[in-house]
Design a protein around this ligand. Structure first.
Ligand SMILES: Cc1cc2nc3c(=O)[nH]c(=O)nc-3n(C[C@H](O)[C@H](O)[C@H](O)COP(=O)(O)OP(=O)(O)OC[C@H]3O[C@@H](n4cnc5c(N)ncnc54)[C@H](O)[C@@H]3O)c2cc1C
Length: 492
């Protein structure tokens, strides 16, 4: 028997996967007994905002993630495909039919029992034969949040998300932007930076001609004043009632900071002190700093630029920053209510808790971002909880698949500065011959990942699978992942 708390995208997928393994599941969903501030119905897997599951092509990371899920028998993907509405290259759904389809499938699943009640503690999570999956999402109820905080540590549970925009490295104009750390203080690991200034020289690296951990976009006074006026005039995204006007002073949106005074940003995230533009030999009037966001060095985030400006306006205003005129955005800035654990401090790549191996986290609370990512984590947590319940050893997928890369990210990213992430090719390591063209690179990575999914599935189903019938350890080291995962433990 498995207990799954939360019947959203992650919990519904987990229940489907576990029950398909022949394990009985009880799925606890608190709606309609206890509503959340954003859900409108009592259906399982309700989409709280957009009706889009984003891009559908495998050359896009979230498209690959979806395809991997389809191949692993995902309920969420099956119903999404069945309830699809026209949306160009994206997969968008009729939200009511989608939630209805998932609810009906689980209602009819013989091994799934749905209980409409709020779970307030983790008392059922001590038994390896009766694993528990916490999939209560970004709006986890307060009592259960307190229980999770007690388990993972108060410092490792967050309630808000302030997200800075991320741009594609190759869309940054390196003839304007310069590499430097404030006061020349680099991190000790600078030699290891892929394509980084210290390890490679100037023109050979596309104009990346300095040393330092940051890329810096220098602004003249006139450019800063124009940028400031555009920020103050920008339209914020519509707010849910739960998010109205409650900001932490430490992570104010840039437009809120700007409205406090014309020079506030210049003395805050855009301060130029300790930086000299090598092209002028002078300190710029203001600077926007970009920090490498992926180990591969293909994504950079705008430091301290969390914002609630509407995405269209955000792109227009951020492209006013010198060097970002042609920027391609991998992710826009956001601030929203979000309950999530510090994955690297709390989770294994199998989505098991480091503190209690019989306890899994899945979905947004596990530290992923997005509908598809939440459902994908539920898929693996469901399979692994079922494995544990059957006396087998939970496994992670190879890191070179999109699902495996997500598991690696939540369990290995920098715990000191953890931020939930969408899936991105920057999280999936390239191996072997790497094609030059981006589209070819992505297609090669996607084809390899899909091949590995097939192999992984075949190995799990093989009668001589080495992990089958392994006795579940009752104490001592946690029943973790396969050897292949232990061999891949570099930090993200
Ligand atoms: C306001 C908002 C808008 C978002 N918009 C988007 C978007 O447009 N696109 C996107 O990709 N992502 C979006 N997200 C992020 C995320 O993808 C969704 O929140 C997604 O639904 C997460 O899936 P989940 O399964 O983790 O959580 P949910 O889908 O929220 O499911 C969690 C379930 O757990 C239940 N629950 C909570 N506490 C308990 C308890 N103690 N006992 C029993 N049940 C409980 C809840 O009622 C809920 O049904 C948004 C998030 C928020 C907060």
């Amino acid at each position: 028997m498995i207990h799954i708390i939360g019947g959203g995208l992650a919990g519904s997928e987990a229940a489907w996967q576990a029950s398909r393994q022949g394990v009985a599941v009880t799925l606890y969903e608190m709606r309609p007994v206890r509503p959340t501030p954003v859900h409108q119905t009592d259906r399982l897997a309700e989409l709280v905002c957009s009706n889009s599951f984003r891009a559908n092509q495998i050359e896009n990371a979230v498209g690959l993630l979806k395809e991997e899920m389809r191949r692993l028998g995902s309920l969420v993907m099956r119903v999404a495909d069945e309830t699809r509405v026209p949306a160009g290259g994206a997969l968008a759904v009729d939200r009511l039919r989608f939630a209805q389809g998932v609810t009906a499938a689980l209602d009819q699943a013989p091994l799934v029992t749905i209980r409409r009640e709020e779970v307030r503690d983790l008392s059922r999570s001590g038994d390896l034969r009766e694993p528990v999956i916490v999939a209560t999402g970004p709006l986890t109820s307060p009592d259960l949040s307190a229980a999770v905080a007690a388990l993972v540590g108060q410092d490792h549970l967050y309630f808000y998300d302030a997200i800075s925009p991320i741009v594609l490295a190759e869309s940054i104009d390196r003839t304007i932007v310069f590499r430097a750390s404030r006061w020349g203080r680099d991190s000790p690991a600078i030699e290891a930076r892929p394509g980084g200034g210290a390890a490679c020289g100037g023109a050979a690296c596309g104009g990346d001609d300095g040393q330092g951990d940051y890329l810096n976009c220098p602004m003249t006074e006139a450019e800063y004043r124009d940028f400031y006026r555009a920020l103050c005039a920008a339209e914020p995204a519509a707010l849910h009632a739960i998010d109205q006007g409650r900001f932490f002073e430490g992570c104010l949106p840039i437009e809120v900071m700007a409205r406090r005074g014309e020079d506030t940003l210049r003395f805050g995230p855009m301060k130029p002190v300790g930086l000299t533009d090598p092209r002028t030999g002078r300190r710029p009037f203001a600077v926007v700093q970009l920090r490498q966001d992926t180990l591969a060095g293909d994504h950079y985030s705008l430091v301290g630029f969390q914002t609630r400006i509407k995405w269209g306006g955000q792109a227009r205003i951020l492209r006013m920053i010198p060097g970002l005129e042609q920027a391609e955005f991998v992710r826009f800035g956001m601030i929203h209510r979000n309950t999530y654990i510090n994955g690297p401090a709390a989770l294994l790549p199998t989505w098991q808790s480091r503190h209690r191996p019989s306890l899994f986290f899945a979905g947004q609370i596990s530290g992923v971002e997005g509908y598809v990512e939440s459902a994908a984590s539920g898929l693996i947590a469901g399979l692994n909880a079922a494995a544990l319940a059957r006396g087998r050893v939970p496994e992670a997928l190879p890191r070179t698949t999109a699902i495996g890369a997500l598991g690696h990210y939540v369990s290995h990213a920098d715990a000191a500065d953890y931020q939930p992430s969408n899936i991105a090719f920057g999280l999936i390591p390239m191996t072997g011959d790497v094609p030059r063209r981006r589209r070819d690179r992505r297609r090669a990575a996607a084809n390899r990942a899909l091949g590995q999914i097939a192999e992984w599935q075949a190995a799990r189903e093989a009668p001589d699978h080495p992990h089958e019938d392994a006795p579940p350890p009752v104490s001592g080291p946690s029943p973790v992942q396969s050897q292949s995962v232990r061999a891949h433990r570099p930090r993200v």
